[in-house]
Design a binder for this molecule. Structure first.
Ligand code: SF4
Length: 225
């Protein structure tokens, strides 16, 4: 994958999904505290499910102090519709307690400090740094990003950290935050896990997976890539 090809993929995906994304960090995600809590909750579940618990959770626990003082059962009751809700409730309360104890109740704005919070790994930290602070510290590699990076040909690795490094070599830093959002949008709309819609995909002419399909599967009735 050349830089020019990576750049073309970015431009096509941005034209396809840019207008429906939160392209401006800090817009629509709430405060840094809310971005952090929502991102921890989003693991292994859908945005739709997280959206449903957002309002009751922040109404009951609007601040790190309120959440740090919560009993696990109180949080579990609100987020029980999400996967791994018991573990997530412990992480939320533990995170709020660390915010109070070590960071004066504020969400830290560095990778190093974010990784000290329970339930926060590089993926979550990258999302928080971009959407709460506008920092392009890294590329958040979730299941969609990993799948697309592999299919399109940005990486041969299945290791999350290596996939992130391979992607970061292909794209300029100022595109890292939005790239995650573009890949997720494309992974949901067209390049789905089970049945990618390659014949209608706007980046198929640059995609390794598509190039390796047998010729009949590459026919879309219009034009070969
Ligand atoms: S051509 Fe197919 S595999 Fe490649 S990005 Fe598009 S939908 Fe995914």
């Amino acid at each position: 994958m050349t830089p020019a090809q990576a750049g073309e993929i970015f431009q096509i995906l941005f034209r396809s999904y840019g207008d429906v994304l939160d392209t401006q960090p800090s817009k629509g995600w709430g405060s840094p505290f809310q971005v952090l809590i929502l991102t921890i909750l989003s693991a292994q579940t859908t945005d739709f499910s997280v959206d449903k618990v957002r309002e009751p959770l922040f109404t009951r626990f609007p601040t790190p102090a309120a959440l740090a003082a919560a009993r696990p059962e109180e949080v579990e009751e609100i987020i029980h519709s999400l996967g791994f809700f018991r573990v997530k409730a412990r992480h939320l309360i533990g995170t709020a307690q660390v915010l109070l104890d070590r960071y004066s109740g504020e969400v830290p704005a560095t990778m190093e400090d974010l990784l000290t919070l329970p339930g926060v790994g590089r993926k979550t930290a990258n999302i928080v740094l971009y959407h709460a602070f506008g920092k392009n510290e890294g590329i958040a590699v979730d299941t969609h990003v990993k799948r697309l990076a592999h299919r399109i040909g940005f990486t041969d690795s299945r290791n999350q950290d290596t996939v992130e490094e391979d992607l970061e070599h292909c794209f300029p830093r100022d595109q890292w935050g939005i790239l995650t959002d573009l890949f997720i949008a494309h992974g949901r709309a067209i390049c789905t896990a089970q049945n990618p819609s390659c014949p209608v995909c706007p980046i198929r002419h640059l995609c390794r997976y598509y190039q390796n399909l047998p010729l009949p599967a590459r026919t879309d009735g219009k034009q070969s890539p």
